[in-house]
Write a protein that binds this ligand. Structure first.
Ligand SMILES: [Cu+2]
Length: 588
């Protein structure tokens, strides 16, 4: 049977195939899951039922993708990458599913092309805890009579408890462990972080058992009674007077154009993507340069926030295990919010729905997960000829591509900005509620590792360290071949009777970062340090220097935890501001 008759059988019309970088659609997620189930049933019928951790697009190898997008090669196969679990077995299966013929021929054409089982003891890590896993951790803790008994000693019943599941990055246990921080929650909308409890069960998601319960040796008598509510019906203080209305009006519509996941705006064009781990991804960002005769200049091949670390400073157990890697632990995309017009974004907004998966392998649609809109960005440029009083100015507009995710107590709001001057910037807003712990009487001293935010309530000091992975292209049509990264530092020159008689001279030094080792660098505001990503094959028309982008990073310390701490070993990225490494397929 040929493809055309298969289409007729299925009663479908051949739709244009998705772009190789389009995120998996709901039918594709479902087809990938069905292919995994069929494979498991045929190849390993005695395996326990599959639990689906991740079903996501397997991006084509970069070289294949470039050959296709540059019109030099065939469309790369469309593939899904699946992380599967079979509890109570400790381990994962990594499966790759070919979906190339799915659009023409239907779900039966989704086929397993690789199926690799990895023993949990060999993994050296864990797949992330999906929203279903987090709910499962909470269910296990709640169902435990032992946990219930420890809470009862504190005069607390389980229906008054909120459970925050956190990944564990160190500990004496082997298995798929989560630690569950508990709080007293006196109603469905009560803010539990005002009343932390000292009871921390440790659960194994694979076996469904509570394996440990950590708590203060004696039931504390000082569980806070004061509330700290944010729900508008429960806030005790009156609200301040609201400011008068402010409208963002775009009577002629937005200046961007959207076609599927492709976006065009003010000389820029790019593709958007989304997956459970990273959330929003920018692909193939280019700028069509009128000063170069309308040539499209590739800028970034791929950009996303790939990881973040939130290590806490309290040295006492169990709080010294508090460290979240929110991308790798929970998935920035799995926990993405559905955005609301007028609250999360203003103006004429284009939303993109995201598709992730649940533990049954079903597609889960997050409506309006990504927001695209324009913002006035203040003044872009201005000059006044003070002699004549003649003034010219240009107002700046920026394109904002954003998503927001909830990591238990926190909200992280990620904003990519494209500017009219060719700049790309990224802003992360952190909001939500501090994760708190209970101070025992006389333990006020411990708040030196944090801040006492209410009587008996400690908010431990901590860092938020983000990893932006930038695969730069800088004017190279083939994804950034031969780019060189260098470091620039301001250099003061001593006074010298011949070369610097007035002592005013300063220059900048430029050092190419040749090796991966040499390219582990720290930021230094005092040296005006920036990094330059340059393309030696493209000299600037009159400086003859390679065209380049500069990377500006925020100041602030890298990881403050000790070098031999778990977070330093697990999250090497936290120990330097910049890491430059060669591109490698699959290293996402
Ligand atoms: Cu914080």
């Amino acid at each position: 049977m040929d493809v055309a008759s298969l289409q007729q059988c299925a009663g479908r019309t051949a739709a244009a195939p998705p772009h190789p970088l389009d995120p998996l659609s709901s039918p594709e997620v479902a087809a990938a899951a069905a292919a995994c189930r069929a494979h498991a049933a045929a190849a390993a019928p005695r395996l326990p039922p599959l639990r689906f951790n991740t079903i996501t697009l397997q991006e084509p190898p970069k070289a294949d993708l470039l050959r296709f997008t540059n019109g030099r090669g065939p469309r790369p196969p469309r593939r899904a990458f699946c992380i599967l679990q079979t509890p109570p077995i400790f381990g994962v299966i990594e499966a790759t599913i070919d979906l190339s013929h799915f659009h023409a021929a239907g779900a039966a054409a989704a086929a397993v092309v690789s199926w690799v089982a990895i023993d949990g003891n060999d993994m050296g890590g864990q797949p992330l805890a999906t929203p279903d896993d987090c709910l499962e951790a909470e269910r296990i803790a709640r169902a435990s009579p032992r946990v219930q008994a420890v809470l009862a000693e504190r005069g607390v019943s389980m229906d008054q408890v909120a459970c925050d599941p956190w990944a564990i990055h160190a500990g004496k246990w082997k298995g798929r462990m989560m630690q569950v921080f508990t709080y007293l929650k006196l109603g469905p909308d009560d803010n539990e972080y005002a009343r932390p409890l000292d009871v921390v069960p440790v659960v194994d998601l694979n076996t469904g058992q509570v394996v440990d319960i950590e708590a203060y040796p004696e039931a504390p008598k000082n569980i806070p009674t004061a509330g700290g509510n944010y729900h508008r019906d429960l806030v005790e203080q009156p609200f301040r007077e609201a400011p008068k209305p402010l409208y963002v009006v775009q009577p002629e519509g937005p200046s961007f154009k959207v076609d599927g996941w492709r976006v065009e705006w003010q000389q820029w064009d790019l593709r958007l993507g989304f997956n459970g781990r990273e959330g929003l991804v920018l692909y193939d960002v280019g700028y069509t340069d009128p000063q170069e005769g309308g040539r499209r200049r590739p800028v970034v091949f791929r950009a996303s926030i790939v990881e973040m670390a939130v290590p806490y400073a309290d040295p006492s157990s169990p709080y010294n295990r508090k460290c979240a890697f929110d991308a790798g632990d929970y998935g920035l995309g799995f926990a993405a919010n559905s955005l609301k017009l007028g609250c999360d974004c203003l103006g004429v907004v284009q939303y993109f729905d995201a598709v992730v998966n649940n533990a049954q392998g079903e597609p889960v649609v997050i409506p309006s997960a990504v927001c695209l809109h324009e913002e006035d960005a203040g003044l872009l440029w201005k000059h006044v000829d003070y002699r004549t009083g003649y003034s010219e100015d240009r107002r700046a507009r920026r394109l904002v591509i954003s998503f927001i995710m909830t990591a238990v107590n926190y909200e992280y709001c990620f904003y990519w900005y494209l500017h009219q001057d060719g700049t790309i910037s990224h802003e992360i807003k952190l909001t939500g509620i501090l994760s708190t712990s209970l101070l025992m009487p006389g333990e006020g001293d411990k708040s030196r590792y944090g801040t006492m935010v209410a009587e008996g309530v400690n908010a431990a000091a901590h860092q938020h360290i983000f990893s932006a992975r930038l695969d730069m292209a800088v004017d190279d049509e083939d994804g950034g071949r031969g780019l060189v990264v260098s470091e620039l530092n301001a250099v003061r020159h001593p006074s010298h009777p011949l070369t610097n008689p007035a002592g005013n001279a300063f220059t900048e030094s430029e050092t190419d970062l040749i090796t991966v080792h040499a390219a582990r660098r720290q930021s230094s505001a005092a040296d005006a340090r920036v990094w330059r990503v340059k393309n030696p094959a493209r000299p600037h028309p009159f400086t003859r220097k390679p065209v380049a982008y500069h990377l500006y990073t925020p100041g602030g310390p890298v990881l403050l935890a000790a070098e031999d701490s778990v977070v330093a070993r697990r999250g090497k990225f936290t120990t330097a501001t910049l890491h430059v490494t060669p591109y490698k397929d699959g290293q996402l």
